[in-house]
Design a protein around this ligand. Structure first.
Ligand code: PEP
Length: 251
């Protein structure tokens, strides 16, 4: 059985005080669960990783960065290495989020290099894939997803060290979501791609999250789909009440 993962991507939000408070609220919610059958994770900006590590310590809430350098150290001004992220107490990093693919022109090949560096630093990785609206309208969704999965995931991928997040670009922060049939089609397709490259056991066990305008009111129907193993949540993860209400739907 795949353990659901409820992950909050804070993006470039929160200062010290509200970030600490949000992390503390999520930590106390999760700590109060008796033997939770799901994982919970927050991905604050780099500036808040240390503070959030303190807030979630001992709660079981996982801590993630939102990106990492493909290098461990050296002359890379402005970058943060996976070794540094690990050193701050995080267990994972998001990679290849569509905002990075767009804002920073990140390619799947670069995402793959970052993933290799993160895995070498003993982080697990959350690799995002997703089609644009134009690609969906042109009937290219599965082709785009196949290529992103193929090129972004390194050969070292296992069900334990990797989580995939399917995030249609047009659904991120827009309030629009694909139909449940469209979500299930892409998730099942991703699992098929994984099976072809990494084998049936990896495909059966790897977690595939859905992301894109998940909120308390639509979480239940999205998260109960057979190939959906949790959610990557942006906007709704910034309010502890909404984030925890989404978590309640996978209990
Ligand atoms: C995201 O940032 O990964 C995301 C899915 O955002 P939102 O939930 O706001 O659409």
């Amino acid at each position: 059985m795949r353990r659901p993962l409820i992950a909050g991507n804070w993006k470039m939000n929160c200062l010290q005080a509200d970030g600490r408070q949000l992390a503390q609220d999520v930590a106390s919610y999760y700590k109060n669960q008796h033997n939770p059958a799901f994982d919970m994770l927050i991905a604050p900006p780099f500036t808040l990783l240390t503070a959030c590590a303190q807030q979630v310590a001992g709660s079981g809430v996982l801590l993630s960065a939102q990106d990492c350098s493909p290098f461990d150290k050296g002359a890379h001004t402005g970058d943060v290495s996976p070794v540094m992220i690990k050193d701050l107490g995080a267990q994972t990093t998001i990679l290849g989020h569509s905002e990075r693919r767009t804002d920073h022109k990140e390619t799947s090949a670069q995402v793959c290099e970052k993933a290799q560096a993160a895995l070498a630093a003993s982080l697990f990785v959350i690799i995002c894939v997703g089609e644009t609206l134009a690609q969906r309208e042109n009937g290219q969704t599965l082709e785009v997803i196949a290529q992103q999965v193929q090129e972004s995931l390194p050969q070292e991928t296992t069900a334990e060290n990797t989580v995939i997040a399917y995030e249609p670009v047009w659904a991120i922060g827009t309030g629009k979501t694909p139909t449940t049939a469209e979500v299930e089609e892409v998730h099942a397709f991703i699992r098929e791609q994984i099976q072809k490259r990494f084998g049936a056991e990896t495909a059966d066990n790897i977690r595939i999250l859905y992301g894109g305008s998940v909120k308390p009111s639509n979480a239940q129907e999205l998260l109960s789909l057979p190939d959906v193993d949790g959610a990557l949540i942006g906007g709704a993860s910034l309010k502890a009440a909404d984030f925890t209400a989404i978590a309640e739907t996978v209990k």
